[in-house]
Ligand binder design. Structure first.
Ligand code: TSB
Ligand code: ZN
Length: 585
């Protein structure tokens, strides 16, 4: 999809269209006050205080109609530059604008207003010359949005829209949007019974249904086997820790806003953990370590809790309770390069196994100015950042650099992917850390008998099982490979009366061989059952009738094909066993 924010002309048009929408809203809701209306990748939105009014679906049409009227009317848009004093005077009855203006620095910012007909808005611009240039727009959706993104503030009404240069572009965009909705893992996850959520459990706390649990278990088995082969040792640790643990690690100072509030039990104060590093540090510190023991790789499928803004939580992609495919690698300084390289190789290997191609590497570095987030040790940061660059260059990986995106304890390599709907997210991550081992006073005895501090590499290949599953559902459009499919084979007898017995025999053969098989004995038409098998995206549908029964055959249809293939039942079993074992995609 086109990135509207980055297209100069569309950016201006969409910005002007946000004003046009505000003007229309003002006509329909004269008491409306406006906060901000930025251009985003997908178009624009405006946050508005409509008093007690709450936007509903049918309101979008009304607003759009008014916008069309205003556009036809074709008023010119003109710019005025005013002093801060004048701006404060002019907008004195609008607390939102006063808030914006009072935070403006008169010496460095020009304060400007844009007016079209009866509507004036404070704005940096630029804008199109006349509202008549805005013809091909559409209001897309609406939501609540806390003022300044803070849940303690008033909830404003946010309306999203998009504007294009011509009808064709708008239609194409709307078509793509429809397709994206179809590909959204929240829709697929519901259709395929992968996960659900419930207000009584809470926002961002998905419940994995039996089908989803199968996918997750398969992912766990898959990555566990890979990690075990690479010398990882897996552990289980509690999903809480004391506040003191997180004070020791530095999370309490640097990561508190992402954590759930603490709770007191007897004399101890606990937090739900947002990360597992502190627990793994303690496991490392539990034994005396020699230089010969390193690298030590401690892995865990670990449940974490993070405070994510309620407007940001999204299906399985951004949750408040997640399970990381986590590991902490404790290495000697001379092993950083090699170990980091192995992680990059593992990432590439895994993405290949899943046939994933739409991803980008990003090197996340510190913002040197941000002394609050990042610990102050230039040398340590420089060494770590250069080390990562070096390995990436050696490996010939293409990557971009992002300042200010590093973790508080060190720089990292992230893998970024684009969901069907919404901005990019991080899937895999590999982070270098010189800080935590020091804070936990970790050591190993070096060759010369002296005590040295290990370096830690934090890494999560899937990121979280939650986010990876979300991405996988979108990339595959829910058509999972055989080895991951909740139901691998669906058996439909041609006639329940005559073919149930043979169908049950085939069911047993497959079930005994650990194939996830279903038999559909419902009193429904064959064609209905076959269609449903397709809707549920089951890889193999077996249709068993007289010919199959008399000759020990199975006849099957693969998902998405119309062709029926017949085969000896044992041959079929061998075929799919091989397909599962090889994890064919
Ligand atoms: C890799 N301490 C490290 C760990 O050792 C860590 O926690 N890194 S992290 O903060 O980047 O999180 C790891 C991964 O979790 C991210 O790469 C991302 O893929 C995933 N993740 C982060 N936040 C969420 C969330 N709210 N919902 C789902 N997945 C998330
Ligand atoms: Zn970690």
């Amino acid at each position: 999809m086109i990135n509207i924010k980055e297209d100069k002309e569309l950016n201006v048009m969409n910005h002007s269209c946000a004003h046009l929408m505000a003007q229309a809203v003002k006509h329909l809701y004269p008491h409306a006050l406006f906060w901000v209306g930025p251009v985003i990748e997908e178009g624009f939105y405006y946050d508005m205080d409509l008093g007690d009014d709450v936007i509903k679906e049918e309101d979008l049409e009304r607003i759009e109609k008014e916008m069309k009227k205003l556009s036809k009317d074709g008023k010119r848009i003109y710019r005025e530059e005013i002093s801060k004093e004048e701006a404060l005077e002019r907008f004195k009855n609008d607390p939102y604008k006063v808030d914006l203006i009072s935070r403006m620095d008169e010496d460095s910012t020009v304060i400007s207003c844009y007016t079209q007909g009866d509507f004036t808005d404070l704005c940096r611009g630029p804008h199109v010359d006349s509202v008549k240039e805005l013809k091909y727009f559409k209001l897309i959706k609406f939501s609540g949005a806390y003022w300044k993104g803070d849940s303690k503030n008033k909830m404003l009404q946010r309306v999203y829209g998009v504007c294009f240069k011509n009808e064709e572009d708008l239609n194409n965009y709307m078509h793509e949007l429809e397709e994206a909705k179809e590909r959204d893992h929240r829709k697929i996850g519901k259709d395929l019974d992968i996960f659900m959520s419930h207000d009584l459990v809470g926002k961002g706390m998905p419940l994995w249904l039996p089908n989803g649990a199968i996918v997750r278990k398969e992912l766990e088995n898959y990555i566990y086997a890979k990690e075990r082969k690479m010398g990882y040792k897996h552990v289980y640790t509690p999903c809480v820790g004391t506040v003191d643990l997180y004070k020791t690690s530095g999370h309490w100072d640097h990561y508190k806003e992402n954590m759930f509030p603490s709770m007191k039990v007897d004399e101890e104060e606990f937090v739900l953990r947002p990360m597992n590093c502190p627990h793994h540090m303690l496991i490392y510190g539990n034994e005396l370590r020699s230089y010969r023991d390193l690298p030590i790789r401690i892995g865990e499928f670990a449940t974490d809790f993070r405070y994510e803004a309620s407007g940001a939580v999204k299906g399985l992609e951004r949750v408040r309770c997640m399970c990381q495919n986590d590991a902490h690698l404790f290495v000697r300084p001379d092993q950083i390069g090699e170990e980091f390289k192995k992680v990059v190789e593992l990432i590439l290997d895994v993405y290949k196994d899943f046939g994933l191609k739409n991803y980008k590497f990003r090197l996340s570095l510190r913002d040197k100015e941000d002394k609050e987030k990042y610990f102050d040790d230039d040398e340590m940061w420089n060494t770590a950042e250069n080390k990562l660059r070096e390995v990436l260059n050696d490996y010939g990986c293409e990557y971009t650099e992002a300042i200010g995106e590093a973790a508080f304890y060190g720089p990292k390599l992230d893998v970024e992917v684009k969901p069907a709907v919404g901005p990019e997210v991080t899937l895999s991550t590999c982070q270098l850390d010189f800080l935590l081992p020091r804070r936990f006073d970790l050591s190993y005895i070096d060759k010369d008998g002296t005590k040295k501090t290990p370096v830690v590499i934090h890494r999560a290949i899937f990121g979280t099982f939650d986010r990876f599953t979300a991405f996988l559902l979108e990339e595959t459009k829910g058509v999972l490979p055989l080895w991951l499919s909740p139901v691998q084979v669906n058996i439909i007898p041609v006639n329940n009366e005559y073919h149930t017995e043979y169908s049950k025999e085939i069911y047993k053969l497959l079930d005994d061989n650990n194939i996830r098989v279903n038999i559909d004995l419902r009193d429904e038409k064959l064609s209905y059952k076959m269609r449903e098998s397709q809707t549920n995206k089951i890889p193999y549908t077996l249709i068993l009738g007289d010919n199959e029964k008399d000759n020990n055959l199975v006849s099957y249809r693969c998902f998405g094909t119309k062709e029926t293939i017949s085969m000896n039942k044992n041959e079929f079993l061998d075929k799919i066993k091989e397909e599962i074992e090889k994890r064919v995609i």
